[in-house]
Design a protein around this ligand. Structure first.
Ligand code: HEM
Length: 411
């Protein structure tokens, strides 16, 4: 192991300095210690090849034993499933292996096929136009709170049939942010855990009511389709439906909102790229989406558990051991991307790992790409002089999700 690697030994994903700029640490891991042993004994892989092959290897790696995985952070006596938030997480299909995973994933991907997503474009453009109309005259805005969050939240409301004027909506959005902290790879404080438990309970009540209402009064929305998917061996229980809806709702806006915010920040840091986008918004918007996903992914890492023994760079990874796959490091690997630290919307960035890979590949990738494409194209077309007014971005706390809490801009 080299000197550089030992300076980051052991890697701690929750170290506060990683918020501002995790990439030098990622580079040190990738170049000097590609299979690194971190605190709590889990492994960290950072090269593109290793991240990809870990996520794609369905017999070697999976989600494994949820309770054991969480106890790694808290100790052997921690009552994982006694917490509403961890119980919920244990039932989310992302955290499960086949056959449980397969059964629920099929239902969700059926609702998010490329064809269905394409049909949503006019509505997504209408929502985007309306949001920009509301902002344009003010000449200044917080692009996270007033745009990046609102667009995917309104799209998810549309999809699930949630009333965007429901007075509980703000609390529901906040509940997602406060409870998705259970995805983080660390022991939460007692306070954080109490809040996460309380907020998952709030979300469960909200979606419980929504499903009961749709079973009485069906409509043309995903919630009704989920309710009516009953019957047959693969039918989901009422409780499973609630779990899926919370996961979809949260996954559907949290990462997408940060993709839009991160993209605006990158375009501001590389102003020639903004000028290129403005010169042909529709033509360049897909490149902005792909390059933003590569350069500043809103989901920076994920985990797997070894199901069989594997050897990575001469290191044996044993069944039951956890592996942190650093998506954000893989996306800057010079073995795959030329000039990886440059934001270049003209490059072919389609090899990025930001939607994961293998059987858990992001179910909402098409929708996220579409929302990003429309958002960047419309912003460049309608607000061509947009400039971000910050040299020190307000990165949110936490490691796995990478995004800002505010992004002041003017035009
Ligand atoms: C820029 C936006 C997004 C990013 C970066 C992103 C990223 C990811 C990643 C990396 C995974 C795989 C996690 C793993 O393997 O452990 C994933 C899974 C998932 N995503 Fe996304 N996502 C985004 C948007 C969305 C949207 C819009 C939706 C839904 C409407 C969604 C729904 C899901 C679901 C349901 C899964 C679980 C799939 C499974 O376990 O089979 N995502 N996402």
């Amino acid at each position: 192991m080299t000197q550089l690697a030992s300076s980051i030994n052991p890697f701690d994903p929750n170290a506060p300095h990683l918020r501002a700029d995790p990439y030098p640490t990622f580079a040190a891991l990738r170049e000097n210690d590609p299979i690194h042993r971190a605190a709590h004994g889990y492994w960290v892989v950072s090269r593109h090849d290793d991240v990809r092959s870990t996520l794609m290897d369905r017999t070697g790696f999976g989600q494994g034993d949820f309770v054991q995985n969480i106890r790694l952070f808290y100790g052997p006596d921690f009552n994982v499933l006694g917490h509403t938030s961890y119980r919920w997480l244990s039932e989310v299909f992302l955290m499960q292996d086949p056959p449980q995973h397969t059964r629920v994933r099929g239902l969700v991907t059926g609702a998010l096929t490329a064809k269905r997503v394409r049909a949503m474009e006019p509505r997504i453009r209408e929502i985007t136009t309306q949001l920009i109309d509301d902002l344009a005259q003010a000449h200044t805005a917080d692009m996270i709170g007033q745009f990046a969050y609102r667009l995917p939240v309104l799209v998810m409301c549309d999809m699930l049939g949630v009333d965007p004027f429901d007075p509980r909506l703000a609390a529901i959005i906040d509940a997602i942010a406060q409870s998705f902290i259970v995805f983080e790879a660390r022991a939460l404080s007692e306070d954080e855990l109490n809040v996460a438990d309380r907020e998952i309970a709030r979300l469960e009540d909200f979606f419980d009511e929504l499903f009961l209402e749709r079973s009485r009064n069906p409509r043309d929305d995903l919630t009704t389709a989920l309710v009516q998917s009953g019957g047959g061996v693969d039918a989901l229980s009422h409780h499973e439906l609630i779990t899926v809806a919370i996961g979809l709702f949260g996954a559907g806006f949290e990462t997408t909102a940060h993709m839009i915010g991160n993209g605006l920040l990158c375009l501001n840091r590389f102003p020639d790229q903004w000028d290129t986008l403005v010169s042909d918004p529709e033509g360049h918007a897909p490149g902005v989406v792909n390059e933003t996903l590569r350069y500043e992914s809103s989901l920076i890492a994920t985990y797997r558990t070894a199901l069989e023994e594997r050897e990575i760079h001469g290191q044996t990874v044993r069944p039951g051991e956890k592996v942190l796959t650093l998506i954000g490091a893989a996306n800057r690997d010079s073995r795959v991307f030329d000039r990886p630290d440059e934001f270049d919307i003209a490059r072919d960035a389609s090899n990025h790992m930001s939607f994961g890979g293998g059987i858990h590949f992001c179910a909402g990738a098409e929708l996220a790409r579409l929302e990003g494409r429309v958002a960047f194209a419309e912003l460049a077309r309608r607000l061509p002089t947009l400039r971000v007014n910050t040299d020190a971005p307000a990165w949110r706390e936490g490691f796995l999700f990478r995004g800002m809490s505010t992004l002041p801009a003017s035009w």
